[in-house]
Design a binder for this molecule. Structure first.
Ligand code: IMP
Length: 496
């Protein structure tokens, strides 16, 4: 007979935190949410830390280069989705590493041989009226001119008129040279009353565009997560099939940490992947692994050399793994069990392996609970999918808007490598759904409000750091009857 664990599998909504004494210095401004994201030895500092305990999920509908930049600006990390070609994933990593606030890689480019019709078409698709004209039509080709809506008249010019006949040619353009600061670029823009400034290298190849409207980006966010060269830190998803080609390409592109993306990670394929990375690169390349939901799985991946271990099976909002396969565990029970194993491992070996609670965050306070239960950081999909910065379409829905959000195990994403169980690639059934989430506006605003709530709860619990809440926090189980008194009740709400 299979072994039965009689403890019920619990989730976040079944717990609450009890307040502790709040001392007068325990105020929101003094709460530090920085946290390790890779293994380190007792008494040493981790090579990589987050400034806020947030990572965005390794999913097509969540983490591309735009999300990675927006989140790193706020102190967290994105893991760019691995269910795309090696080249396109590496290109996304490169875009993050090359990004400099206010310096934009031009996404509207044509050649002089294109026509006015192409210009109008591109303007319609991109929404941008300034286009760089390069020799080969790429964002890094030799700069030959610029087209803006001031260069043509749709009422008079024929649609087949060539770009070379109406563009502002390079010789008449004011350009900046690679290496100038954003302040210098902005000074040129203001002095010459320009709307944009192309930045070129010594061979007059286009490197960036700087736009007048981006001036405010000059002000750096103090929480930004930056490497030693002041570039944004970024992670990327990998799988246990093509890692020998994918990891080198991501490393070459400048990735800071990779993570094996798998629905269930207590496997020899994960161990082989981690070992190959560590044999090839040593501790230079950091790798997260998972997902697991109990102590043996954690131990196995920690022994294999994982830099962090991710927790969660079946709790994701778009996940149907439990229904399909009957595996998984309530997220709170999983985090509590793995956190105990992490602490034991630290006691025994002197090595701290951070753990990440992945999926199943419904309300903001669930993040605080996950941290108090022992998670070093969390990973969220649904939460980030709703922001402007996620890669998916914003769609009118009733009186408001929604954004699309689909699982990696859905037929839409077809990320079958995530469900690797050897044999031939491919899965016979889905483990995820295709859905909408409420539109949540700008990431800066939404995340700012969530962080404020988390820090306020920390203060109520007398905690100024994640370690404080883990060591001194007190959690209690709630009864189903007491849950009903947790929201507004027994009143008639106005404006409903
Ligand atoms: P959420 O934050 O509750 O939306 O959960 C996001 C997490 O769900 C991801 O980080 C993955 O671990 C997991 N996930 C992503 N796609 C699928 C899927 O198709 N099936 C099951 N789990 C998924």
């Amino acid at each position: 007979m299979a072994r039965i664990i009689n403890e019920p599998s619990r989730t976040f909504g079944e717990y609450l935190l009890l307040p502790n004494l709040t001392t007068k210095d325990c105020i929101v401004e003094n709460v530090d949410l920085s946290t390790p994201i890779c293994r380190f030895k007792k008494g040493e500092e981790p090579d990589l830390k987050l400034n806020i305990p947030f990572s965005s999920a390794i999913m097509q509908s969540v983490s591309d280069n735009n999300m990675a930049i927006a989140l790193a600006k706020n102190g967290g990390i994105s893991f760019i989705y691995g269910s795309q070609s090696i080249e396109s994933e590496a290109e996304m990593v490169r875009k993050v590493k090359k990004y400099k606030a206010g310096f934009v890689i031009s996404d509207s480019n044509l050649t002089p041989e294109n026509t006015l019709s192409d210009v109008l078409d591109l303007k319609q698709r991109s929404g941008h009226s300034t286009m760089a004209i390069t020799e080969d039509g790429t964002p890094t080709g030799k700069l030959l001119g610029i087209v803006t809506s001031r260069d043509y008249r749709t009422t008079r010019d024929p649609l087949d008129k060539k770009v070379k006949e109406f563009m502002t040619p390079a010789k008449s353009l004011i350009v900046g040279h690679e290496g100038i600061s954003l302040t210098e670029a902005n000074n040129i823009i203001w002095e010459h009353k320009l709307n944009s400034l192309p930045i070129v290298d010594d061979n007059f190849n286009l490197v960036y565009m700087v736009f007048r409207k981006d001036y405010s980006e000059d002000k750096e966010n103090p929480r930004s997560l930056l490497d030693s060269q002041k570039r944004y830190i970024v992670g990327a998803g990998i799988n246990s099939r093509d890692y020998k080609e994918r990891v080198p390409a991501l490393v070459e592109a400048g990735v800071d940490i990779v993570c094996i993306d798998s629905s269930e990670g207590f496997s020899e394929w994960q161990s082989d992947t981690i070992k190959w990375i560590k044999d090839t690169y040593g501790s230079k390349v950091k790798v997260g692994a998972g997902n697991v939901v109990e102590r043996e799985g954690f131990r196995y991946l920690a022994d294999a050399g994982a830099d962090f271990v991710k927790i969660g099976i079946g709790g994701g909002s778009i996940c149907i793994t439990r229904e399909q396969k009957g595996i998984g565990r309530g997220q709170a029970s999983a985090v509590l069990d793995v956190a105990a194993a992490r602490d034991e491992y630290f006691e025994e070996t002197g090595i701290y392996v951070p753990i990440c609670s992945d999926g199943g965050i419904v309300l903001d306070y669930h993040i605080t609970l996950a941290l108090a239960m022992g998670a070093d950081f969390v990973m969220l999909g649904r939460y980030f999918a709703g922001f402007d910065e996620s890669p998916t379409a914003k769609i009118k829905y009733g009186n408001g808007y929604v954004k699309e959000y689909w699982g990696e195990g859905s037929n839409r994403a077809r990320n079958w490598a995530r469900y690797d169980l050897g044999g031939k690639a491919g899965l016979q059934f889905e483990e995820g759904v295709d859905s909408y989430v409420p539109y949540a506006g700008k990431l800066d605003d939404g995340l700012g409000s969530t962080l404020h709530k988390i820090k306020s709860t920390f203060c109520n619990c007398g905690a100024k750091t994640i370690k404080d809440i883990q060591n001194n926090g007190r959690l209690c189980l709630v009864s189903s009857t007491s849950i009903s008194e947790g929201g507004a009740h027994d009143v008639i709400l106005k404006n409903q």
